[in-house]
Design a protein. Sequence first.
Length: 495
Amino acid sequence: MAEPVERPSTEPSGGPGGSLAARSGVRGPVNNWQFTAVSAVAGLALAAGAVLAAGPWDSGQRKAERDRATAAARTGGVHHAADPEGPAPAPSAPAVLDALGTGGTVSRDAPAGATRDLRAVLDPLMGNDALGTRRAAVVIDTATGKRLYGKGADAPMTPASTVKIATTVAALDALGPAHRIPTTVRASADLRTVTLVGGGDPTLRKADLRALATETARALKAGKTRSVHLRYDTSRYTGPSHHPIGPNENIAPMSALMVDEGRRDDSTKGPAPRTEDPAGDAARAFAGLLDDAGIDTKGAPAHGRPAKGSHTVATHLSAPLSGLVERALTNSDNDIAEALARQTAIAAGQRADFAGGRRAVTARLKKLGLPLKGVNIADGSGLDRRDKVTAALLAGLLARAADPGHPELRPVLTGLPVAGFTGTLSRRYTTEDGGTGFIRAKTGTLTGVNSLAGTVVDTRGRLLAFAFLASGTTAPAEAQKALDELATALGAGRR
């Protein structure tokens, strides 16, 4: 039976969006953090519509969240000048805008407020029976790297989908945020055979195939060719095609060539019926599109590599890796996460299979100097129960993503779902519990496992990275509520 995972939200599909508010600097410090919080919440009413209209990732989310961060900072004693071309900051995080590289100057002076003993705040909440038989937590001040709270910090536990944080950090570190995954068409020297070559982009769409077919037809017609044999090449990936959990609506068979993540319906996220032959389906669709473009294909597409001496006649590039990372985290997209693990393996010279992804991701985390004792990265998505991570690792990954010395990791922060607004948190924090808009975090859910790891700005203006892991849970809704209460408590004073 398929393991249940968190079901992505029903927010609108992502896409480019324009800036929805004026970008103005903040003038004058305010010493009362309560006024800061109240003013920030007021700004969220307009920001909510901006986020939902713009979409959950890419430029739409980045611009909408930059606007929200600016609105939240208007009374926060922070001075900055936003760079409209720069990467967006994490929303509701004016104290870390400079760490996210917006090109402005940000004061690190925190609003006045008493230092809290997080043990007194979190220990009672960690004792909630809804968190099951095992629980762990770590909280880090991202500006200083200091651990502010730890409980079972180094205990390896099943992370569920929060392991995607590790996957995306490793991919960005290995390939960089501007990397794009190519899908190409190669023609033989005599133009009689063309090969559709998959590069591992699970987000390839039928419209992209049509563009490839049009470009291919143009090249073939220029060479006086109107009829070809069609091959399709999936050799970029190796190993078993199915995830260890087996055929499952949460993930398609792994293939270097697929369209729309192998979905057999019109959905763009979440569980869906999946094809058992994603590459073959893509090749057959491409054949039909070639025919539409005036090129006949002889017989059915055949699996095989390009003929010797072939040259590229058409290329499609995926969205930049930064956008793929954001989409993987916002919607907890298993197909993209597994593709990113394989892309990391390819960059490391490893086999592009589950084992190669595990080795490559682990090696990247080790290179970043993160705590890996007891850690086992079994897959990229978190569907595999053999995954084991620690709260210290997850919080450390998020703190590293906020480090101004690692701007390439910024999409990990900008991709985290926003409480009450986007992705897998769109239906959580929707009551007046103080977390809406201020918490952004990756969720994780398997049977008996619930986790939450992300960032929140506390009442002193500090950006805190946190990780909460729970195993042996019996009531998922109650466990999620308990985790949400922990995250909200870190931003206490927003109630």
